[in-house]
Design a protein around this ligand. Structure first.
Ligand SMILES: O=P(O)(O)OP(=O)(O)OP(=O)(O)OC[C@H]1O[C@@H](n2cnc3c(O)ncnc32)[C@H](O)[C@@H]1O
Ligand SMILES: [Mg+2]
Length: 207
């Protein structure tokens, strides 16, 4: 393709701003980008505000967060908007996954709400998936977005204290343990975030 490409601004920048205020995500993204010689700083670490997530899609919110951080920092920014989609709840909590945990965030409460709504639905379909949209934005306005998913089933009660958010109730399809019980490396081999990241890497680094 002719015209400006994203390859240079993103693949040559030594530091990306990770446009997230979620420590669990920042750690996972740090693990994923380390092999590419990139360092990352979380948005809170450089004093950026958390923008209001006004879009109704993961890609829309990821772009909104990446743009805001690139503009405020003058550096390439990577944002992640992600969440849990429960089939029997028509995809809820979806983009509201963080908001179901209330303020301050309490994911025990969010997981209990998922289980309660599932029981109220009367459905015995426990399938769910995690979705992750990763957006890259450069200060000059260039941007790209990639989406990844992982399919699985919901378990109850929650199991494991690794990971973050809804990990203790999510068991990836074909596995016997939840993301909450998994080693970080095992989660990185199959997660929605890793799936989106593989697409980003192929595009930005050609790898
Ligand atoms: O917006 P930022 O600042 O990045 O942080 P956030 O926690 O608000 O993130 P989101 O708006 O993308 O909300 C997504 C929520 O979905 C949940 N989630 C996303 N990825 C997850 C994962 O890998 N494991 C468990 N829960 C996850 C998690 O609870 C997040 O808070
Ligand atoms: Mg958020």
């Amino acid at each position: 393709m002719d015209g400006p490409t994203l390859t240079d601004p993103f693949s040559t920048a030594p530091r990306w701003v990770i446009a997230s205020h979620n420590e669990g995500k920042i750690k996972e993204i740090g693990d994923l980008i380390a092999p590419y010689g990139l360092a990352a700083e979380g948005a809170a670490a450089i004093g950026l505000e958390e923008p209001e997530e006004t879009e109704t899609s993961f890609t829309g919110n990821a772009l909104l967060k990446a743009r805001a951080a690139a503009k405020a920092s003058g550096r390439p920014a990577l944002a992640d908007d992600s969440g849990l989609e429960v089939a029997a709840l028509d995809g809820a909590p979806g983009v509201y996954s963080a908001r179901w945990a209330g303020e301050p965030r309490d994911f025990r409460r969010a997981m209990e709400r998922v289980e309660a709504e599932l029981a109220a639905s009367g459905s015995d379909d426990r399938s769910a998936r995690f979705v992750c949209a990763l957006a890259l934005a450069a200060p000059d306005g260039e941007e790209r977005v990639y989406e990844g998913t992982v399919e699985g089933e919901l378990v109850w009660p929650p199991r494991g204290d690794r990971g973050f958010g809804y990990d203790p109730i999510f068991q990836p399809r074909g596995e016997a343990i939840t993301f909450g019980e998994m080693e970080p490396a095992a989660k990185h081999a199959m997660s929605h975030r890793a799936d989106a990241f593989r697409k980003l890497v192929k595009d930005v680094f050609g790898a």
